[in-house]
Write a protein that binds this ligand. Sequence first.
Ligand code: 0PR
Length: 353
Amino acid sequence: MQRAAPQEFDRVLSSMCTRPHPAARKAAERFFATNPGDPATYQAVAALEEDALSYLGDITGLSAPHGYVTSGGTEANIQAIRAARNHARDDDPNVVAPESIHFSFQKAADVLDVELRIVPVDDDYRANVAAVREAVDDHTVLVAGVAGTTEFGRVDPIPELTAVAHDAGALMHVDAAWGGFILPFTDHEWSFAHAPIDSMTIDPHKYGQAVVPAGGLLFRDKSVVDSLAVDTPYLESASQASLTGTRSGAGVASAAAAMRELWPDGYRDAYERQQTNAEWFYDELRSRGYDAVEPDLPLVAASVPDGQFESLRDLGWRISRTASGELRIVCMPHVSRESLRAFLSDLDDLRSG
Ligand code: 0PR
């Protein structure tokens, strides 16, 4: 089996990490010994975190964003649930989410001792609004939707889900960890500009082209994020809302640098190029007789026989499968047309061999 070198991305087709933008890499190097968890001591990186938040607000349609740069989507999702729970002060809280939700919600429910109610998706892998409406009750503190699902790249009906959440007296969270840097260039209704959602996960270390670790958590209302704060008596800074204590200055600085370089034109170019690649790849698979899921965002899923899948892995392709077994190809910014052509050529050899 061939193993990819640590920073080699040529054969990495199913990951949601990508090659960082050169400006992001440079910023990370400058700030890797700083701690945004103590903003009064590390003021330069704290200012960059403010810049990063303000860019994230521009991208998601939120004019005065509250929140912070997390270690990733998992921390952001845990904290969104924790904030909703603390804010509601319910003694038996539950969260309602579609089955397409990322597995970080299972971790969150476990850590926070909150009941997670998973409801079915529709035929196009999107949250079924009627099923969500059935599942909410007086103890629902949060409804979650996904804008760019991990397995199929689908966008849930966010305005409809938000109405259901608010009717039930719950907060609405959107997980745009992967989709957040792609969706501004589509017609989808996914953001704070399209619905009065309460919080969002959007990760610079995925499509945002920052270095790892750099996730994003945004809140519309300050009182919700304040419900996360604990006092920090012996630090220069008086309280902390983040889950981790010491945080990555490299991640924060790189996120700010990537967004400064790429928002909006660079991200639009990446989306347009990769969406075109995904559609091309989908057509190529279909013309070979494979059953494939049409790419709404730059992610293609297709049924490929086990033997071919394993052989492609043995040839060094870093690929994975959905829970229902489909091969998934995530057209991240590093996935070139040449790479996809080489992959298809290996597939053709396997088919004829
Ligand atoms: N929300 C969504 C919609 C996600 O897709 C992911 C991760 C998360 C939250 C959690 O984010 P963090 O992993 O930053 O905590 N989605 C990818 C996945 O689970 C993560 C990933 C990235 C996996 C790179 C593999 C990999 O090589 O598939």
